[in-house]
Design a protein around this ligand. Structure first.
Ligand SMILES: *Cc1c(COP(=O)(O)O)cnc(C)c1O
Length: 471
């Protein structure tokens, strides 16, 4: 090691001296000695390493002010919340990777209220004795679906797992080959079935399954029949599936229950809100399903949860399974879901009050107007580097609901003017993701596309544009 480096390294201040600096003392007041001492050590070690690699030639700034500022920046970075908001301008409304349904104010308030202290989670206040955590939601689910009973678990995957493990352990469950779906990478019907301890009996073919296929699959070891909503794809062309009503009749003739995994499962007919029809939980139960499973944070517009609704005797068996305890929801989920279900009591105002439905039913003209409003600011900000235009586009509902139906929408398309547009558009997308509230769009045809359907806070989006770091 050259002498100059060694002397520079020796000139680095000691941890003790750093901790005595006025700026650093203020850091200690705010964050405590443990964290600040640890940070001082890391910052000094980094400087020492820098001096070693630069050979002392570049002689980095080792002044007190720089060290204190480095420490403050490091602590700030460490203490930014690991989970934080982003702008979802992908065009997929219920985006699983971006947290699915946005919650209404009522749900946020209900969550905060119970999170702060004690609540009646499992306590019957009137009777003054132990209660059941499902009781807060069961009446509402019954009212909104017509089910006899209901229980709520961590998510729909858990609902399916628990249902199968409770009712079909070491028994057979026939499912149509056209419904052996994979959702979002990790949820696959055959795998869930195996982990639940049930034996999957594949029925029919990929494109066509008939009632007699199910009939032939029934045997002494059959526990129940199951139908799965194909969610994220559609079988088109020469196809046949057995309708719920027919499958229910077949199951009931054999004295077996029919379970339907609806996936998204909406509680209301979506057509009055200008959306395509999606089977409701009530319709599915009316068609003869004995149990229906669905997600809380898809079309329902609530927090992550899985709901099992249906026959009281079957729900009772499911609730007795010790696995229920491992899959149960916490008080904040119950508070949020309760508040969301209550909004359904007033369907006339649902599209205003439930953010998921408000975004899904937002008029194309309204979205286009937002795009026109933001066009000048974005155009000015990107300058010569790119052209910006308002374009028509299609939003997706997401989370497997109505996969082939798209919602007409409008977007800002930012197209780099350079020759190497592919690399330039990736850099542009990275710059928007590096903003304080990251902006997530999608890249299509060498343009960065921001579908504005889910942009609620236009001023916040515009306000951070001047922090965009364009290389
Ligand atoms: C989304 C979905 C699931 C998984 O639901 P999560 O709430 O994400 O666990 C299961 N089945 C179907 C049919 C789905 O669409």
């Amino acid at each position: 090691m050259p002498q100059s480096v060694r002397s520079l390294q020796a000139a680095l201040p000691s941890v003790d001296r750093i901790l005595g600096l006025p700026d650093v003392r203020r850091l200690i007041d705010r964050h405590g000695r443990t964290l600040v001492t640890e940070t001082a050590r890391t910052v000094l070690a980094a400087l020492r390493a820098d001096l070693g690699t630069t050979g002392g030639g570049a002689s980095p700034d080792i002044g007190d002010d720089t060290i204190a500022a480095n420490m403050e920046a490091q602590i700030a970075a460490l203490l930014t919340p690991p989970l934080a908001p982003v702008f979802n301008l992908t065009g997929t409304v219920l985006h699983t990777n971006l947290g699915r349904a946005p919650l209404p104010e009522e749900a946020l308030e209900a969550m905060a209220a119970v999170a702060r202290g004690a609540s009646n989670l499992e306590y019957d206040v009137k009777a003054g004795k132990r209660g059941d955590r499902d009781s807060h939601l069961e009446d509402w689910i019954r009212r909104l679906t017509g089910a006899e009973a209901a229980t709520v678990v961590n998510n729909n995957a858990a609902a399916v797992l628990l249902l199968l493990n409770s009712l079909a352990l070491r028994k057979e469950v026939p499912v149509s080959r056209g419904e052996l779906i994979e959702i979002g990478g990790a949820f696959r019907i055959p795998d869930i079935m195996a982990r639940a301890g049930a034996k999957l009996v594949e029925v029919g073919t990929t494109n066509r399954t008939h009632p007699h296929d199910f009939q032939n699959a029934l045997g002494p070891r059959t526990a129940l029949l199951m139908k799965v909503h194909t969610s994220n794809y559609e079988v088109q062309g020469f196809t046949a599936a057995v309708a719920e009503r027919d499958l229910a009749a077949l199951a009931h003739d054999a004295e077996l229950p029919l379970a339907v995994d609806l996936g998204s499962g909406t509680l209301v007919d979506l057509r009055p809100y200008g959306l395509p029809h999606e089977p409701t939980v009530a319709e599915t139960l009316q068609a003869g399903a004995d149990l229906v499973t669905f997600s809380g944070d898809k079309l329902l517009g609530g927090p992550q949860a899985g709901i099992i609704a249906g026959r009281a005797d079957l729900i009772a068996r499911i609730k007795r399974n010790p696995m229920k305890r491992a899959l149960r929801v916490d008080k904040m989920t119950i508070a949020a879901l309760g508040a969301v279900l209550q909004l359904y009591a007033t369907p006339e105002k649902l599209a205003e009050r439930l953010p998921a439905l408000r975004l899904l039913s937002r008029a194309e003209a309204d979205i286009r107007a937002a795009a026109e409003r933001l066009l000048p600011a974005v155009t000015e900000r990107v300058g010569e580097r790119a052209t910006v235009a308002v374009i028509a586009c299609q939003s997706q509902i997401g989370s497997g609901a109505l996969p082939v139906d798209a919602l007409p929408s409008a977007a800002l398309a930012i197209r780099p003017t350079t020759k190497k547009a592919g690399a330039a558009v990736k850099r542009l997308a990275a710059a928007f993701r590096a903003l304080p509230v990251p902006v997530i769009g999608r890249i299509a045809d060498n343009a960065l596309v921001f579908d504005l359907r889910c942009l609620d806070d236009e001023p916040a989006f515009a306000a951070q544009l001047d922090r965009l770091q364009l290389g």
